[in-house]
Design a protein around this ligand. Structure first.
Ligand code: PEP
Ligand code: MN
Length: 448
C-alpha cells in the first residue's frame, strides 16, 4: 500500500458532480485543515484484505456463500466502548454460527462497524416544540443534542471518526483473531440463548444438531484453526465524500485506488443518482462495493448501475442491497433479478429488511415490527427460490444490547416498551435477542 500523501486526481473527480447529503461545512479553511490531517493518516484496512472480501463476495454471487452484514444504524463516539463493541461482535458471531450450520455454506461476516458515522436524512431540519434546527447528520458531522450550537457541522468530527474507527477496528481484530471467536465458545453462547429465550424451545433441535456436529469433529480429532478465528470485515455507507476521498490511497501492488477506511462501502438509497458525485467516486475505487436499491428502482436502473460500477463484470465487485419493504418486495424484486440475470451479470443479492419497514409508533418513536422484518426476508427468499437464483445474504441494523427499539420478537416488545431503552441515534435496531431470533428463523428458511 502506497501511503504517500499526495492527492490522486482520480479520487477527486466526484467534485465536478452534484453531491447529495453533504454537510454545509461553515468554515472552508477548517475543512481543508481537517482533510489534510486525514490524508496524513495511515490506512485503516489494506487493499489485500479488500480483495479477499471481493473473492468472498464472488462466492456469494456464484451461490456458494451467504453474507451476514450488521451493526448500528449510526455508530456514536460515545458508543466506542469495549462492552458495546464486544456485545455487537458476539451477536454477529452467534448469528453467523447458526446460519453457517443451517445453510452448510460459508457465512461472510461484515460489520456495519468502525466507520458507520455519517447519516443521510430525509429532511434537512428537525423541529421540536416549535424550534427548528439543522438535522443531526451523524457524529462525524454534528452533535445529536438538540441545540443550535451542537448542530453546526464541525469537520474535526471526521478526524474523530477516523480515530474512533481505528480504535474499534483494533478491538475487533483482537477479538476475532485472539480466541474470543472460538466456535465452541460461540456455540455455548447460543445454547445459553436457547435456554433463556421465550422462543428458544423452537431452536433447541437446531442447537443440539450443531452441538453434535462439534462433538463429532472433536471425537474425530478434527480441530481446525478455522474454528478458532474468524474472518471479519468492516463496512459503512460511503456518504461523506470528503472523508472517503481523504482515506483513498493508491495500492502500490497494482496502482489501483482503494478506499482504506473500510473493506466494503456502500451507496445509500438517497445518493444513488447515476450522474451524481457518489457514483462517480465509487466508480474509481477497487473495493467491493454495495448499492442500496429501494422500491423505485427499475430493472434498467439496476443494469445502469452494473455498467457504471462494474464494467468489467467482475463477480464480487458489486452487491445489490435490496430494501423494498415487506409489502412490496414480492412485486418489485423479480423484475430486477430477471433482467440482471438475463443480461448475464453475476451479482450478490442481499436483503436489507429494515429500511423499507420503518414507521412512527404512537409514542413518536421511529420503530419497525419484527414480523415485517422477517416477512421481507421471507419474500426475498421466495423470489430467489422461484427464479432459481441465490438469496445471498441479509443486512441488518442490530446491537448486542437489550434495547427496546423494534416491536415484537421473542420477548414481545410492545409500543409502550419503546421508551424503556431507546438508545439509537438514528434508526431502530434489533436488540440482541431479536437478532438471534431472526438468525434462527432465517436458518429455518434457508433449510426449507
Ligand atoms: C442505512 O443503511 O442506515 C440507510 C440510511 O439506508 P438507506 O440508504 O437504504 O435508506
Ligand atoms: Mn438506518
Amino acid at each position: 500500500m502506497d501511503t504517500n500523501r499526495t492527492e490522486n486526481a482520480a479520487a477527486e473527480t466526484w467534485r465536478a458532480r452534484p453531491a447529495k447529503q453533504q454537510p454545509q461545512w461553515p468554515d472552508p479553511a477548517a475543512l481543508q485543515t481537517a482533510v489534510a490531517e486525514l490524508r496524513s493518516y495511515p490506512p485503516l484496512v489494506f487493499a489485500g484484505e479488500c480483495d479477499l472480501l471481493k473473492d468472498r463476495l464472488a462466492q456469494v454471487a456464484r451461490g456458494e456463500a451467504f453474507v451476514l452484514q450488521g451493526g448500528d444504524c449510526a455508530e456514536t463516539f460515545e458508543g466506542v466502548t469495549a462492552d458495546a463493541i464486544r456485545n455487537k461482535l458476539k451477536t454477529l458471531l452467534q448469528m453467523a454460527a447458526v446460519l453457517t450450520y443451517a445453510g452448510s455454506v460459508p457465512v461472510v461476516k461484515i460489520g456495519r462497524i468502525a466507520g458507520q458515522y455519517g447519516k443521510p436524512r430525509s429532511k434537512d431540519t428537525e423541529t421540536r416544540d416549535g424550534i427548528t434546527l439543522p438535522a443531526y447528520r451523524g457524529d462525524s458531522v454534528n452533535g445529536f443534542e438538540f441545540t443550535a450550537e451542537s448542530r453546526v457541522p464541525d469537520p474535526w468530527r471526521m478526524v474523530r471518526m477516523y480515530h474512533s474507527s481505528s480504535a474499534t477496528l483494533n478491538l475487533v481484530r483482537a477479538f476475532t483473531t485472539g480466541g474470543y471467536a472460538d466456535l465452541h465458545q460461540v456455540h455455548a453462547w447460543n445454547r445459553d440463548f436457547v435456554a433463556s429465550s421465550p422462543s428458544g424451545k423452537r431452536y433447541e433441535m437446531l442447537a443440539s444438531e450443531i452441538q453434535r456436529a462439534l462433538d463429532f469433529m472433536r471425537a474425530c480429532g478434527v480441530d481446525p484453526e478455522e474454528t478458532r478465528t474468524v474472518e471479519f470485515f468492516s463496512s459503512h455507507e460511503g456518504l461523506l465524500l470528503e472523508y472517503e476521498a481523504a482515506l483513498t490511497r493508491t495500492d502500490s501492488r497494482t496502482g489501483s485506488l482503494y478506499n482504506t477506511s473500510a473493506h466494503f462501502v456502500w451507496i445509500g438509497e438517497r445518493t444513488r443518482d447515476l450522474d451524481g458525485a457518489h457514483l462517480e467516486y465509487f466508480s474509481k475505487i477497487s473495493n467491493p462495493i454495495g448499492i442500496k436499491l429501494g422500491p423505485s428502482t427499475t430493472p434498467d436502473d439496476a443494469l445502469a448501475y452494473l455498467n457504471r460500477l462494474s464494467p468489467q463484470r467482475e463477480p464480487g465487485r458489486l452487491t445489490f442491497i435490496i430494501r423494498m419493504g415487506a409489502g412490496v418486495i414480492r412485486d418489485k424484486l423479480p423484475a430486477l433479478v430477471e433482467k440482471v440475470t438475463a443480461e448475464g451479470h453475476q451479482v450478490a443479492w442481499i436483503c436489507d429488511p429494515m429500511h423499507g419497514n420503518t414507521f412512527e409508533a404512537p409514542s413518536g418513536h421511529k420503530t419497525r415490527r419484527f414480523d415485517d422484518v422477517l416477512d421481507e426476508v421471507k419474500g426475498f427468499f421466495e423470489v430467489h427460490r422461484a427464479l432459481g437464483t441465490h438469496p445471498g445474504g441479509i443486512h441488518m441494523e442490530l446491537t448486542g444490547d437489550d434495547v427496546t427499539e423494534c416491536v415484537g420478537g421473542g420477548h414481545e416488545i410492545a409500543f409502550g416498551d419503546l421508551a424503556t431503552r431507546y438508545e439509537s441515534a438514528c434508526d431502530p435496531r434489533l436488540n440482541r435477542s431479536q437478532a438471534l431470533d431472526l438468525a434462527f428463523l432465517v436458518a429455518e428458511m434457508y433449510r426449507s
